[in-house]
Design a protein around this ligand. Structure first.
Ligand code: GLA
Length: 725
């Protein structure tokens, strides 16, 4: 059993972790989360008697020493005597925002909850999953806060969510409801988060928590390039293989917010959820609101194990089941090959040569629809441009299939160009505030997906194109952030609901598309990796990691992404040189070795490659196909960070039985007098491995390590495969 009712509260157990919450007076305290413990209670580790000067008012008149401001709460109060960042704020009809929920009861059930329109992890075949819902009620306002905990025992992951029910007779407005609060009775942690920008997504920052507030957010209406909805806290001296590390994901693709606060009592509070800045949800009597899910894991074997727990969970409990082990096609995408300058003949020319070289799918990127010759028009007109494709998309798709390849297309379903038939017919479908000139981004506007008729209209167009042609893959792009957030269909007192309703509309459309076309492989994209989150991954098992396809930059982007996400969901392609983003030249071999650390593909015109480069492709494809299972489902071990002053980066994929190890390494700059570079491999000391005909003990690989011989030159990658006999 994973969830226990104890004498004083509840205990959630996974294979390697325990989570304890206990009632004290009428409150629900968070007493422990960490490595598995057998004890039922951890109340003793909580200090309830902090010095209680009158600026720290106590719990109530009868227990003045019960200091609200320093106890670890399972979910905080607001406006009472806890002055730390609150996870919730509810505005009553009289204008007050105080909420002080008391423990009322709990319910335990098998399986997962229904978060109504929000993505949620699913239970693996035969996997037992339990959910606990603990109800807290504010006696004065009758607002109920229901804390949900779904325990994936075998995966060491707990999924939290929060439901607010209005049990009063009056209408209230939720101004903030976060999915998760996590209080710690320590504040000496390092804080790891993944920040970035367009073409520089998910860089790693690791900094000690400082006194006061810190955090990150997105106010863009979507996840954004700036901050992934993920963070970790770890011991100051935690490494990839040692120390305590906590990881948190928000399973959401809209505005998000994470606030972390430390104080002088040595405590830390973290709250994570929908950003309060673009949120105000009106709750009528009897109505309820449910937050997105937040995923939690813990490892006392370092940051690497924390990542791997999330990798397994994302692969096996989040990404669509049909793609878990299914082979992803090696694709060639025409974006960087042609940009908008293509027609059927050109695409078939690329496909023909690509198929001869072993590439398995052609993806037709932006520009096939409406009259789109550049990025100024046609978004929303999801029917082919006959001047480019005189015989239509179905004909092109069939021609590609005749070459033995699959066919995929690009769409940007949430967008509308002012120069489009859709806009001319329905200008009101675009997000806008009447009387205000809206902001353009990449010459386009965003559709109001909070309106069902708008989502229906786009679905119908998508359904038509996807059902009339043999389309195996869809690249779903989203190339601008939201502005002037407003819906003409919402009343004034519900405009604060817009941003979240937009995200629900996106999820609804994705759900409809993947349900109608279960074999369609969806690859998400948002100006590269601007919407890389576990919400999107519930519909699309892979996401285009970044528009920056330069191998050297990609090492960092993919290494950073791996802190939170598995390699199996990172779109990665070999592109032309000099690279279109950085103007850097790297060898064809380096580009391929780096792109193999993801869902491998090409993004160039194969006909323009040198003969030697073309000749290399069959072997690259064959190598990837041979090792795809190990790369995508093996355990990833980060061995050497490429960030900071590091001279090189290294990582390895290890099979469950440790009999196979695939090592990759990348060195940025060469030297006239090269120094030897080594890494220790996560090998089984008891096994004997062989690599390129040389036999070596696992003991040696894991203790002495292996020497990385890059040869001379800059931007070089190497790859070595070790197999135990
Ligand atoms: C975005 C994507 C690119 C490409 C273009 C097309 O920038 O990230 O890969 O699809 O849009 O306009």
């Amino acid at each position: 059993m994973a969830i226990w009712k104890t004498k004083t509260g509840f205990k959630l157990d996974t294979r390697n972790t325990s989570y304890l919450m206990e009632t004290k007076e009428k409150y629900l305290l968070h007493t422990y989360y960490g490595a598995y413990i057998s004890d039922e209670s951890a109340q003793d580790v909580i200090c309830t008697h902090y010095y209680n000067f009158n600026s720290y008012p106590g719990y109530d008149w009868s227990s003045p020493s019960f200091a609200l401001n320093s106890l670890p709460w399972e979910y905080g109060t607001c406006g009472v005597a806890d002055y730390r960042v609150p996870p919730i704020r509810v505005r009553q009809a009289d204008g007050s925002t105080v909420i002080d929920p008391h423990y009322e009861g709990a319910e335990l059930f098998d399986g997962i909850p229904d978060l109504e329109g929000l993505p949620f992890p699913y239970a693996d075949d035969g996997e037992r999953v339990q959910t606990l819902e603990v109800t807290l009620v504010d006696p004065a306002t009758q607002i109920a806060v229901i804390l949900g905990y779904t325990v994936f025992e075998q995966k060491d992951v707990i999924v939290r969510y929060t439901k607010v029910e209005n049990r009063s007779q009056a209408t209230v407005t939720l101004e903030k409801v976060h999915s998760l609060q996590m209080d710690f009775n320590r504040n000496n942690y390092d804080f790891i988060h993944l920040y970035g920008d367009w073409a520089k997504e998910r860089q790693i920052e690791r900094i000690p928590l400082h006194q006061g507030s810190q955090g990150f957010s997105s106010r863009r209406g979507s996840t954004g390039h700036g901050n992934a909805p993920f963070f970790a806290l770890c011991d100051h001296d935690a490494t990839e293989t040692s120390g305590d590390a906590y990881g948190f994901h928000l399973m959401y693709s809209g505005c998000h917010q994470t606030e972390i606060e430390t104080d002088l009592h040595g405590t830390t509070r973290c709250v994570m959820g929908i950003h309060a800045d673009h949120f105000a949800w009106k709750l009528e009597p009897g109505a309820a609101f449910t937050t997105p899910a937040a995923l939690l894991t813990f490892s006392d074997h370092g940051i690497g194990e924390m990542s791997r727990r999330f990798h397994t969970f994302i692969r096996d409990n989040i990404c669509p089941k049909q793609w878990r082990t299914a082979k992803r096609p090696i694709l060639i995408n025409n974006w960087e090959a042609t940009y908008f300058n293509f027609n059927e003949e050109k695409l078939l020319g690329i496909a023909k040569r690509a198929s001869e070289l072993g590439i398995e799918m052609l993806v037709m990127d932006d520009g096939w629809f409406g009259h789109r010759t550049d990025d100024h028009s046609s978004l929303g007109d999801w029917y082919e441009d006959r001047s480019r494709l005189p015989l239509g998309v179905p004909h092109l798709a069939q021609e590609v299939e005749k070459l033995g390849m699959k066919f995929g297309i690009w769409m940007e379903p949430e967008m509308i160009s002012p120069d489009s038939d859709l806009y001319r017919a329905h200008p009101d479908y675009a997000i806008h505030i009447p009387g205000r000139v809206g902001s353009l981004g990449r010459h386009q506007l965003v559709l109001d997906f909070s309106r069902k008729e708008v989502v229906d209209c786009i679905y119908e167009m998508m359904e038509k194109i996807l059902s009339t042609a043999p389309i195996s893959y869809l690249k779903w792009d989203m190339n601008r952030s939201l502005t002037e957030m407003f819906s003409i269909s919402l009343p004034a007192d519900r405009q604060g609901e817009f941003a979240h309703r937009y995200v629900l509309g996106v999820y609804d459309l994705m759900h409809r598309v993947v349900t109608r076309f279960p074999r369609l492989l969806l690859e998400n994209c948002s100006g590269g990796g601007g919407r890389f989150d576990t919400g999107m991954l519930r519909y699309s098992p892979q996401i285009w990691t970044s528009d920056d396809t330069d191998a050297s930059e990609r090492v960092k982007i993919q290494y950073g992404t791996s802190i939170a996400f598995p390699v199996s969901c990172m779109g990665a392609h070999v592109s032309a040189c000099p690279n279109h983003q950085t103007n850097r030249t790297t060898s064809f071999d380096t580009r391929a070795k780096i792109a193999m650390n993801g869902t491998f593909g090409y993004e160039l015109d194969v006909n323009k490659l040198s003969q030697a480069e073309q000749d290399a492709i069959p072997a690259q494809c064959a190598f990837y196909r041979t090792h795809a299972e190990l790369i995508n489902r093996g355990d990833l071990h980060r061995l050497q960070t490429p960030f900071g002053t590091s001279e090189f980066g290294a990582w390895a994929y290890v099979s469950q039985d440790k009999k196979e190890i695939l090592l990759f390494a990348y060195r940025c700059l060469g030297h006239s007098e090269p120094t030897d570079l080594y890494v220790k491999l996560p090998a089984d000391p008891a096994l004997r491995y062989e690599c390129d005909g040389v036999k070596v003990c696992g003991d040696t690989l894991s203790k002495a390590g292996v020497r990385l011989v890059f040869g001379s030159g800059d931007h070089l990658a190497l790859c070595r495969y070790y197999k135990a006999k």
